[in-house]
Design a protein. Sequence first.
Length: 333
Amino acid sequence: MAFSTRLISSLRPGLAALHWAALRQCRGLSTLQGSEPSLNLRGIFPPLATPFSPTQEVDYAQLEGNLHRYATIPFRGLVVMGSTGEYPYLAPRERVEVVSCVRRALPRDRLLLAGSGCESTQATIELTVSMAEAGADAVLVVTPYYYRGAMTIAALVHHYTEVGDASPIPVVLYSVPANTGLDLPMEAVITLAQHPNIIGIKDSSGDITRMGLMVHKTRQEDFHVLAGSAGFLLASYAVGASGGVCALANVLGDPLCQLDHLCREGQWQEARDLQHRLIEPNTAVTRRFGVPGLKKAMEWFGYYGGPCRAPLAPLSPAQVEELRRTFSANGWL
């Protein structure tokens, strides 16, 4: 039995690479001959909100309606089953079904990143494989945090290495300390960036110094640093970030893609003016009011927001008015 386990472990990276190559060929994505597979993560990715019916079931018809509108915006791709998608409140079966629905509706030139992080390494690997089979191009793996006191650098490196070895598609690290209470240590990021199947990190800390150091320390690797919020997108680009996974893009997708374009073209004054107008609305739909605030704002811009799953509660009338004033004061309503 021990020999069998060691054999499977030694074969796992090669099997994953073969599986990944087959998936890329089926989806029309290119791999440079003789090199490890990689994805271009440069651009804006909205982490999709999950639409629910009044009875709090996933509303696939409304999801497809939102996707139809998002297809007209020049996003690099979409993130499904992230924090904004109420990932912890969906059953594993629902998570995979949502990814399958998005893949069917998503244009083939858009990337699909799917959240697959679980508390155990084994469960993360199992869900990662399911997400790949459902059509994801890469997975976004949040840090395990329930036993955060035991999540040493060594434990986290081991966890992500096992996931990277087993995953048939590339892995993007996900550090969101506001939700997990755990910041993925810099030493772990630098080590994991050397793994051929770990291609980037979504960093939601807002620490620009940390992000700049990540870019600097991983510059020899094919590794992307993605800003985890629209409020510091311009600053992230200034220190070398590749793109952004921004909840506000569910509402203001075109302006965020315009900010991305201005930064890449070096039009910093115009980019700064636009960034300033996005800071307060972004804070309102993230730290201030969270997913309920985001879903309410979506309705004002022609998308389906709908309810959240309990225990997330809807905004009060006073909160709705405050949220509306924030968007209006910055010229969006």
